[in-house]
Ligand binder design. Structure first.
Ligand code: SAH
Length: 283
C-alpha cells in the first residue's frame, strides 16, 4: 500500500472506530507445528519499512450496498485501480458474510470455527498487491480461503482460461464457501472447473495446479512455508501475513532467475495459519 493510501486508510479507520462487538482474538497462539519453513538466511530480505500504526478495521457507518463500500474504499485510496473496483463490485460481499452480520461494514466478521472473513480494506489491499499477477489466463492459489470471497475474486480476474484454487482446512467452511460461490457471479467458473476449493492443509500448498502466478495466504504463518515458495512461479508474487502476535503483511516476489525478494507492506492481525486441531481448541 502506498503511504498516501495508508494515510487515507488511517484517516478512514480513525473516522470509523473499531467495533466493540468483534470477537476476542486468541491470546495464546499454539506452538508452530513441524513443517518445512524457509530459513530466513536463504532469502534476500529487503529492509523493512517502519511499521505503520493504524487500527486494522473500522466500521463503515451506514454503507448500505456493495457499490457504496467499493466507492468508499476507492475514495479513501485503498482501491486504486479500475480492475480491483470492478471485481469487488462484481462479487457481492453480502453473499459471503454469514447472516446476522452487516455485510458492508469495513471490519472482519466471525464465520465460525475461530475464523473470520477479512475486512474489506484487507481484501482490497491484497487484490491491489496481486492484480498484475491475476491477469486473464494466470494461476492463483488462495490459502485459508474461508468464505471463498477472495478465491471468487481471483477466479473472475484470471477468467475461464486461468485457474483459481482455494485451500481451506475446515470442511464445513469449504462446503459453505462453495454454496456462497454458487450464488455469486463466479458460479459458472466453479461449474466449469477453473475455480475449485479443496479441504487440505494449506501450508503444503496445492501442487496439482502449481506453479502459481499469485499466492495469497489469508492466515498468519510463523514463517513463510517452503512449499508455497516452491509453488510460486518465477515472476510470481505471494502476499502472506507473517508473525505470531505482531504480524507483517509480506510481499514476496520470485524473480525470473528464481531469487526471492521480500518486503513488508504493513502491520496486520490475522488468525493463525495452523493445524485444524490447534485452531479448533476452545471452540
Ligand atoms: N480469507 C478468508 C478467510 C480468512 S480467515 C476470507 O476472507 O473469507 C483464515 C482462514 O484460514 C480460516 O478460514 C482458517 O480456517 C484457515 N486456515 C488456517 N490455517 C489453515 C491451514 N493450515 N490450512 C488451510 N486453511 C487454514
Amino acid at each position: 500500500m502506498s503511504s498516501s493510501a495508508s494515510s487515507a486508510l488511517r484517516r478512514f479507520s480513525l473516522l470509523n472506530p473499531p467495533r466493540s462487538s468483534l470477537p476476542a482474538r486468541r491470546s495464546s497462539p499454539s506452538p508452530p507445528p513441524p513443517f518445512p519453513a524457509v530459513r530466513r538466511s536463504s532469502l534476500v530480505v529487503a529492509p523493512l519499512q517502519a511499521p505503520r500504526r493504524f487500527p486494522i478495521f473500522g466500521t463503515g457507518g451506514s454503507i448500505a450496498s456493495n457499490k457504496g463500500l467499493v466507492e468508499q474504499l476507492r475514495q479513501y485510496g485503498v482501491i486504486r485501480s479500475d480492475k480491483v473496483a470492478e471485481v469487488m463490485q462484481t462479487i457481492d460481499r453480502a453473499l459471503f458474510v454469514p447472516h446476522g452480520n452487516p455485510p458492508y461494514v469495513d471490519s472482519p466478521m466471525p464465520i465460525g470455527y475461530n475464523a473470520t472473513i477479512s475486512a474489506p480494506h484487507m481484501h482490497a489491499t491484497c487484490l491491489e498487491l496481486l492484480k498484475d499477477n491475476l491477469q486473464p489466463g494466470m494461476r492463483a492459489l488462495d490459502v485459508g480461503s474461508g468464505t471463498g470471497y477472495l478465491t471468487a475474486c481471483f477466479a473472475m480476474m484470471v477468467g475461464p482460461q486461468g485457474r483459481a484454487v482455494g485451500i481451506e482446512h475446515i470442511p464445513e467452511l469449504v462446503a459453505a464457501s462453495i454454496e456462497n460461490i454458487k450464488r455469486s457471479a463466479a458460479a459458472q467458473l466453479l461449474k466449469d472447473g477453473s475455480l475449485s476449493i479443496h479441504v487440505a492443509d494449506g501450508r503444503y500448498g496445492w501442487p496439482e495446479a502449481a506453479p502459481y502466478d499469485a499466492i495469497h495466504v489469508g492466515a498468519a504463518a510463523p514463517e513463510i512455508p517452503q512449499a508455497l515458495l516452491d509453488q510460486l512461479k518465477p515472476g510470481g508474487r505471494m502476499v502472506i501475513p507473517v508473525g505470531n502476535i505482531f504480524q507483517d503483511l509480506q510481499v514476496i516476489d520470485k524473480k525470473p532467475d528464481g531469487s526471492i525478494n521480500v518486503r513488508s507492506e504493513t502491520s496486520v492481525r490475522y488468525v493463525p495459519l495452523t493445524s485444524r486441531a490447534a485452531q479448533l481448541q476452545n471452540y
